[in-house]
Design a protein around this ligand. Structure first.
Ligand code: PRX
Length: 649
């Protein structure tokens, strides 16, 4: 039932690592958090909500009367940007560093909370001048630079939900998202630095805008100084508009359920889903988990989430969680191997990073590059390590603990999803005895379980479907403009229970092991992609008659995209170039992250008598295994033809 059979092995693990005694003694979250939450779950969340400054206090913790549409902290009013910025300055912490920005090429900026307040206020004034109003959606397509955070918080300040689009997405992916949520205002940059070169961002937005006539302005940050095309009626430089604004701005309080942002994520159909988060619950969830899971001590820690702001991990643990807690974070623009493979460790040493959060795929790259590289740097500032985005194999977990954490740092494997808003299953670093590869336990206040097909909890030692049985504050509220899809995707498998789409196992000790997706969602280097999305990109190409995409296990990226394509008759003699052409086509339709590792041209696809493609068999081919049971195929000779073709290629 999992995409990745090797992951099955994960759940046999006898090694266990208790928290170091001094860590446990000083930990933010102690074991009694579980008891408190179990005794009174909603009371526990009400208590966590006190981490946030409310302009008007809430009167009801949860309104679950219109299931599955939850309302949290009902009646409460607050401003997310005020909580992330102003209140820290008001509390005398204006000189504390909010971000150490490190550009890929080595340029740096230190941004204090006072600086942040000034920059966000100016940006909010600029957006207001340009006609952005409460409720308007604003798209942000940016590199990892401080202005990305300023832009997000300026939107939050005005109650204008942002939709940040990962900088690796293509023009047509931008256009789809902009149109889906009715964006009229876009913020971008000329480019960013990636792998030592300036990348083009404005040029991609320009292309997208050809399809988005309703966008009235594109605000452009100058990052690289590269030449960009300019549309005088539409384009504005950030520095022309923002720099001259007043440095003060009065934030308005919004309803707890006011939309904070929309983040598009891949589902099981071709169309990405606009996952909507609201203000109060999301901020409570991110701030609480950042406190409990990352044990943040804002006075002394230097915290680093090495992820992109364009994904939910960046939203929750580069921007909202750390800022709500008044923490000091590192913001790094570039890739781990530019200009050299010790770049991350150089950054840890330079800023004395104490907490590092990243994806297993990065850890596996570091393993491949060898332990000698981190060994050249002083990593003794580290005290806690986190992992997110995909199952972490025990070898990578152990390597991370040993070679990065010097055997002294707890490792927290955190399970959650874009939909969840914040971490739901994870060890508490000062409490939990961790096992390499296990996300361990639902956090206090979270009620998770593993169900069988009938909706019964599985017995310890067994696998099934991961579900969340009670609502949680930072849960998605809906899919933008598509309530039916929201209900169908998450709430229709079992009544009143959230279906995560992941396979999981509870071991004999009651600990959770998340095994991977059970649907047609792929996880490539911690990035979520849907098979259907890639298939529809492929069939949109004039030479393609039919396509099937599977995720094959890959040592480095977790899964890799493998496509099987039937060409149209007219294209059959398309020559060797057709594969390259199709790879480029997917890249420009979705983005480089969706480029298939390989594309096999096949004469036919394995289908059941009812016409359903049996991806399981294609996966066997892609993973070079013996092909499984073919008896349900309409034509069982198809697999012979495919295998013959693969052997010859
Ligand atoms: O399959 C699970 C996997 O990533 C999916 C969520 O992807 P996304 O919404 O892009 O969010 C990623 C970052 C929060 C999940 O359905 N996943 C995430 N974390 C883990 C994981 N799988 C196993 N272990 C994890 N710690």
């Amino acid at each position: 039932m999992t995409n990745n059979p090797t992951i099955q092995e994960l759940s046999h693990e006898d090694r266990a690592f208790p928290p170091p005694a001094d860590f446990a003694a000083n930990a933010n979250a102690k074991a009694d958090e579980y008891d408190k939450a179990a005794a009174d779950r909603l009371g526990y969340w009400a208590e966590q909500a006190q981490r946030i400054t409310w302009d008007t206090p809430f009167d009801t913790v949860l309104d679950w009367s219109e299931k599955p549409f939850a309302k949290w902290f009902v009646g409460g009013k607050l401003n997310a940007a005020y909580n992330c910025v102003d209140r820290h300055v008001e509390n005398g912490l204006g000189d504390r560093v909010a971000y150490y920005f490190e550009g890929e090429s080595g340029d740096t900026r230190t941004i204090t909370y006072s600086d942040l307040l000034r920059e966000v206020s100016k940006a909010a004034n600029a957006l207001t001048e340009l006609g952005v109003k409460t409720g308007d959606r604003v798209a942000i397509y940016m590199p990892m630079i401080p202005e990305t955070v300023f832009a997000m918080l300026a939107c939050a300040r005005l109650g204008a939900p942002h939709t940040v689009i990962f900088g690796g997405f293509s023009a047509s992916a931008i256009a789809d998202r902009v149109k889906d949520c009715g964006v009229e205002f876009v913020i971008t940059a000329d480019g960013g630095y990636r792998k030592g070169k300036p990348s083009g961002l404005k040029s991609v937005v320009d292309e997208a805008m050809e399809d988005c006539p309703e966008v009235r302005n594109v605000l452009v940050v100058r990052r690289t100084g590269q030449d960009v095309a300019w549309n005088d009626d539409r384009d504005l430089w950030w520095h022309d508009v923002v720099d001259r604004q007043s440095e003060t701005h009065t934030p308005e309080a919004f309803d707890s359920e006011h939309p904070l942002y929309i983040m598009y994520s891949s589902g099981t159909t071709g169309k990405p889903k606009g996952i909507m988060h609201t203000t109060g619950g999301y901020l409570v969830g991110t701030s609480f988990t950042h406190w409990a899971v990352f044990d943040i001590k804002p006075e002394t820690d230097v915290y680093w989430t090495a992820a992109d702001i364009g994904w939910v991990t960046g939203h929750s643990y580069i921007v909202y969680g750390p800022l709500a807690n008044g923490a000091t974070s590192v913001l790094y623009e570039g890739t781990p191997d530019t200009p050299h493979r010790g770049r991350w460790w150089e950054i840890v040493e330079k800023y004395k990073v104490s907490i590092l959060y990243c994806a297993p795929t990065a850890i596996r790259s570091f393993m491949k590059w060898g332990r000698d590289i981190p060994a050249e740097f002083d990593l003794t500032s580290l005290r806690l390590l986190g992992s997110v985005g995909e199952p972490i194999n025990p070898e990578a977990w152990m390597w991370y603990r040993e070679h990065i954490g010097g055997d002294r740092c707890p490792v927290v494997d955190t399970w959650w999803q874009t939909e969840n808003g914040s971490i739901l299953i994870s060890p508490l670093p000062g409490v939990t005895e961790t096992k390499p590869g296990a996300a361990m336990r639902p956090l206090p206040g979270v009620v998770a379980d593993v169900f069988d097909d009938e909706g019964n909890s599985v017995e310890p030692g067994n696998g099934g479907y991961l579900v969340i049985k009670e609502p949680w504050p930072s849960m998605l509220r809906t899919l933008w403009g598509d309530e039916e899809r929201f209900k169908k995707t998450y709430w229709s498998q079992y009544p009143e229970v959230y279906f995560a789409g992941d396979g999981a196992k509870i071991d004999r000790d009651g600990d959770f092991w998340v095994l991977g997706r059970v649907d047609d969602v792929l996880n490539v280097s911690g990035h979520r992609m849907s098979t259907a999305e890639i298939e529809s990109a492929l069939v949109a190409h004039p030479k393609v008659a039919e396509a099937a995409v599977v995720g094959a296990s890959d040592e480095m990226t977790g899964q890799a995209i493998e496509a099987f394509v039937i060409l149209r008759e007219s294209a059959e003699d398309g020559g060797d170039d057709v594969v390259a052409e199709l790879r480029n086509h997917v890249r420009s339709a979705i983005g480089a992250i969706a480029t298939p590792r390989s594309i096999m041209i096949v004469p036919d696809l394995p289908k059941t008598r009812s016409g359903k493609i049996m991806r399981r068999l294609l996966k066997d081919v892609a993973e070079k295994r013996e092909v499984g049971d073919v008896t349900t195929l309409a034509d069982s000779s198809v697999m012979d033809l495919i295998q013959k073709g693969v052997a010859e290629s």
